[in-house]
Write a protein that binds this ligand. Structure first.
Ligand code: ADP
Ligand code: MG
Length: 728
C-alpha cells in the first residue's frame, strides 16, 4: 500500500513538459481554421446560398430546405478536406457539459459501394431520445422524442474527425430541454427592449448585442494522483484531506511564473482554441496553488458561451495528453480558494457603441447612465433570481462560504459612478452629463470620466461589479454553463428596459423634452438602487448580511430553497411575458435542479462513506495494530517501566480508537439520513433533506482529516493535499 503511493508520487515528479507542436505561421494564419465561418461560407457556397444563409444569421430569416441543402453540400466538401468522417448535432442539455451523437457520412450508393452523404435535413434537424436527458418530467419515456435543431448563429466546427453542428434541444411538445434555447430567447428579448431606446439616441442603430467575456478558472492535478483519489474521480472534488502545511498563505502563486508542464498545456489549449476561432487572450496562475485562469476577448453572448463549452471540452482531453486532469469543480480543495467563472457582460449596438461605457457627449452619457441605472434596477428587482441562476450543489461551497461570492446579490459601482448618481439626484433634470476635464470644473456640473482609469478601484467581494465598460457577474460557478446566468440577466434587463421606455414615452407625450423625460424617469430609480442594491463595502461581513436583509435583498443560503425564486409570481411574469420560459418549463427545470442537487450530494455521501469504511478505517487500524505491537514489545523488554516508555504509542492508540469510533458513527448516521431522504418522493423536499446531509459531510471529513494527522504517512492510502497541489 505505502509502496504504491510512493511510486505514484515519484512518477509525477519525473514527468516532463510535453513538446507542443505549433502550426506553422502566425496565429492569424490558422485562426478559425476548423470553423465554417464567413470566409469558408464564401468559398464553399454559391452566391445565392451564401446570401440566404447570411440573411438567416444576421436577420433571423427563415432557412428554406433548398438553402439548407446547399449549405450542407458546401460544408461536406470542406469537412472532407479535413478528413472528417462523422457529423453530430452538438447541444447543451441540462447536465454538466455538452452532448453529441455521432453519425458517419456513410450511405450505400445503390451500386454496391458506399458514398459520403450529408444533406440539409441532416444539418437542420435530428431526433435524439429526450427521455435520457434531464427533463423534469416533461418527457415521459412513451413519448420520448426530442429534437435538435441547428442554430445557424453559432458556426459549425470540426472536432477531431467530426463535424459538430451547434443545435438547440427541445421536446416533441416544444419545451426547451437545454441551455441554448432560453438563452437565445432572452438575447432576442434584450435586443427588442433596448433597440427602441437606442434609436432615440441614434436612429441608425439596427441591433443591440449582448456581450459576454468569461474568465474560466480551473485546477490541474496530476492524472496519476487523481486516479488514486476515488473522491476526485467520482465527484470532482476532494471529500477529505488535511490542509497542506503550505498552501496559498505566501501569495506566491497568483500571477507567478507558470510551471513548464502547465505552460505546455496552456499553449496546446490556445492552439486548439485558435483553430476553433476562440479568441483566447489571457492566461495566468490564480490565487490557489495549481489554480489557473483562461479568458478570451469578449464576444456575442450565445457564441461566447458556445466557445466556453467547446474550450472546456477541449481542456478535458488535452489535459490528458499532458498527464493532467482539469478540475472545473467550484471547490475541489477545502481551505484554499475555489474556482469561479466571472461573466463580464455588456450591451452594445451594431454601430459600435458600448452602452455601459461613457459616451462622447452629453447625450451619449445620458444613454450610458440610462442603461447603467436600468441594469442595476433589474439586478435589484431580481437579485433572488440571479442568485438562483448561479446556484448549484457544487457552487454552494463558494456561495457565502467566506469567499467570493457572498450569498447576497448586490452591486458594486465604485466611487466615481456612485458620486455621479448622487449628483444627478441633486441637479435639475436638464443638467448635461459632461466628460470630465473637457470643460474645466464648475459647480453644479455632472462629470463623468471618458475612461475609468482607476479600474483597480475594485471590490473583490462584490458579486456584481461595474468595471469601467461592463458589469462583471462574479457569482457564476467554474463548472457552470454561463447560459443559466446570462438568460436570467438579459431577461431581467429586457423587462426593466421595457418598463422604463413606457414611462419615458408617457413623459414625452406629456410634453417633456427627451433629456428631461429620461432624467425624470431615472431619478426615482437611482434613489432606489442607491438605497438597496448598491453596496461598495465588504460583502463577507455579518453586518452586511443584516443590512442586506433590512434592505430587502434575498439572503437565503440554502441552495434548494434558492431555486424557488424561479417560480415566484414575479419570475413567472418576467419569463412568460418575454417568452423566455413557459411556466411549465420553469417548473420542470426546477425539478431538474433539485434532482441534480440531490444526486450530487448522494454520490458524495456514498463516496465518502465507502472511503471512510474501506480506505481510512482499515489504514488507521493497521497503524494501530503496529502501535500495539510496539507496546507489547516494550513490555517484554522493559517490563515494569514499559508504560512510560510506550506513552506516545499508547496515546496514539487511544486517539485512533476515539477517532475511528467517531467516524464509524458519523458514517452510520449519514447512511441512515440518506435512507430516510431517499424515501421522500417530492423532489424539493428530498433536496432539502439532502441539503442537511451535505452539511453533515463536513464534520465527517474533519474526523478523517484528524486521522490523517496521526496515522503513519507510509500507511495513508490516499495522495495528500501537499502532493495534489504542489506537483506539476
Ligand atoms: P480581470 O482583470 O477582471 O481578471 P480579464 O482580462 O481576466 O480581467 O478578463 C476580462 C474579460 O472581460 C475578458 O474576457 C474581456 O474580453 C472581457 N470584457 C472586456 N470588456 C468587455 C465588455 N465591454 N463586455 C463584455 N466583456 C468585456
Ligand atoms: Mg481575470
Amino acid at each position: 500500500m505505502s509502496k504504491l503511493r510512493f511510486d505514484v508520487v515519484q512518477d509525477a515528479f519525473k514527468k516532463k513538459a510535453v513538446v507542443v507542436e505549433a502550426p506553422e505561421g502566425k496565429i492569424s494564419d490558422y485562426f478559425g481554421e476548423l470553423v465554417f465561418n464567413r470566409d469558408k461560407m464564401h468559398k464553399y457556397l454559391d452566391a445565392k446560398t451564401f446570401n440566404a444563409l447570411v440573411n438567416c444569421i444576421d436577420n433571423g430569416a427563415h432557412l428554406d430546405r433548398q438553402t439548407a441543402d446547399g449549405v450542407a453540400a458546401g460544408m461536406k466538401t470542406w469537412a472532407l478536406e479535413h478528413g472528417v468522417t462523422h457529423i453530430t448535432h452538438w447541444f447543451q442539455p441540462l447536465t454538466d457539459g455538452t452532448a453529441e451523437k455521432h453519425d458517419s457520412f456513410m450511405e450505400y450508393d445503390g451500386k454496391g459501394g458506399m458514398i459520403e452523404t450529408f444533406d440539409g435535413k441532416a444539418l437542420v434537424q435530428q431526433e435524439p431520445d429526450a427521455s435520457s436527458f434531464p427533463n423534469g418530467g416533461i418527457r415521459a419515456t412513451f413519448e420520448a422524442r426530442g429534437y435538435t435543431a441547428w442554430d445557424p448563429t453559432s458556426p459549425v466546427f470540426i472536432q477531431d474527425d467530426t463535424l459538430c453542428i451547434p443545435t438547440v434541444f427541445i421536446s416533441y411538445t416544444g419545451e426547451a430541454l437545454d441551455y441554448k434555447t432560453p438563452l437565445k430567447k432572452a438575447l432576442k428579448a434584450v435586443n427588442d427592449a433596448a433597440l427602441p431606446i437606442c434609436r432615440m439616441f441614434d436612429p441608425k442603430v439596427n441591433k443591440v448585442i449582448s456581450y459576454l467575456g468569461w474568465e474560466q478558472e480551473y485546477f490541474l492535478v496530476d492524472e496519476d494522483l487523481y486516479a488514486a483519489r476515488p473522491d476526485l474521480m467520482l465527484t470532482g472534488r476532494t471529500l477529505m484531506g488535511h490542509a497542506s502545511s503550505k498552501n496559498q498563505q505566501l501569495d506566491d502563486h497568483y500571477f507567478g511564473a507558470i510551471p513548464s508542464r502547465v505552460a505546455a498545456f496552456m499553449r496546446d489549449i490556445e492552439i486548439a482554441g485558435y483553430k476553433l476561432g476562440i479568441p483566447l487572450k489571457t492566461r495566468h496562475n490564480e490565487v490557489a496553488p495549481n489554480q489557473f485562469e483562461l479568458a478570451p476577448i469578449y464576444g456575442e453572448t450565445n457564441l461566447s458561451n458556445d466557445q466556453n463549452q467547446q474550450i472546456m471540452n477541449t481542456m478535458n482531453y488535452i489535459a490528458r495528453k499532458h498527464g493532467f486532469v482539469v478540475l472545473f469543480h467550484e471547490k475541489p480543495f477545502d481551505g484554499i480558494n475555489g474556482s469561479g467563472k466571472h461573466n463580464n457582460w455588456s450591451l452594445g449596438t451594431d454601430t459600435g457603441t458600448l452602452l455601459l461605457a461613457p459616451g462622447k457627449d452629453a447625450m451619449g452619457n445620458l444613454q450610458f447612465v440610462t442603461f447603467f441605472v436600468n441594469v442595476l434596477a433589474a439586478v435589484q428587482k431580481h437579485n433572488d433570481l440571479l442568485k438562483a441562476s448561479i446556484a448549484s450543489a457544487t457552487n454552494a461551497h463558494r456561495l457565502g462560504a467566506n469567499e467570493a461570492p457572498p450569498a447576497i446579490v448586490s452591486a458594486f459601482l465604485g466611487n466615481t459612478m456612485t458620486a455621479v448618481l448622487r449628483k444627478l439626484l441633486e441637479v435639475p433634470s436638464d443638467t448635461p452629463i459632461e466628460i470630465a476635464g473637457k470643460k474645466g470644473k464648475s459647480l453644479g456640473l455632472v462629470e463623468i470620466p471618458e475612461i475609468f482609469v482607476d479600474n483597480t478601484d475594485r471590490n473583490r467581494t462584490s458579486p456584481f461589479a461595474f468595471t469601467g465598460n461592463r458589469f462583471e457577474f462574479r457569482a457564476v460557478g467554474s463548472s457552470a454553463n454561463c447560459a443559466g446566468a446570462m438568460t436570467t440577466l438579459n431577461a431581467a434587463v429586457a423587462e426593466q428596459l421595457i418598463a422604463f421606455k413606457k414611462d419615458v414615452d408617457k413623459a414625452m407625450k406629456a410634453g417633456k423634452p427627451m433629456n428631461i423625460a429620461f432624467m425624470d424617469t431615472l431619478k426615482p430609480i437611482i434613489k432606489s438602487i442607491i438605497d438597496v442594491v448598491c453596496f461598495d463595502g465588504n460583502g463577507y461581513t455579518d453586518e452586511w448580511k443584516k443590512e442586506a436583509k433590512k434592505r430587502g435583498l434575498d439572503v437565503e443560503t440554502n441552495v434548494p430553497k434558492m431555486f424557488k425564486a424561479f417560480t415566484t409570481p414575479k419570475a413567472i411574469e418576467l419569463f412568460t411575458k418575454l417568452g423566455v420560459y413557459s411556466e411549465k418549463e420553469l417548473e420542470a427545470r426546477n425539478e431538474v435542479k433539485w434532482e441534480t442537487y440531490t444526486k450530487k450530494v448522494q454520490i458524495e455521501g456514498r463516496v465518502i462513506g465507502r472511503m471512510a469504511i474501506n480506505h481510512i478505517i482499515p489504514a488507521a487500524l493497521a497503524y494501530q495494530t503496529k502501535l500495539l505491537k510496539n507496546i507489547t514489545a516494550m513490555k517484554e523488554v522493559f517490563a515494569d517501566n514499559y508504560s512510560a516508555m510506550a506513552g506516545v504509542s499508547m496515546g496514539l492508540v487511544t486517539s485512533i480508537s476515539e477517532l475511528v469510533t467517531d467516524l464509524r458513527q458519523q458514517v452510520d448516521a449519514m447512511v441512515e439520513a440518506r435512507k430516510k431522504a431517499n424515501a421522500i418522493e417530492d423532489e424539493y423536499k428530498k433536496a432539502l433533506a439532502y441539503h442537511e446531509i451535505a452539511d453533515s459531510l463536513f464534520p465527517l471529513r474533519k474526523t478523517i482529516d484528524k486521522l490523517e494527522e496521526v496515522v503513519d504517512n507510509d500507511m495513508w492510502p490516499l495522495p495528500k493535499y501537499r502532493e495534489l497541489l504542489f506537483i506539476n
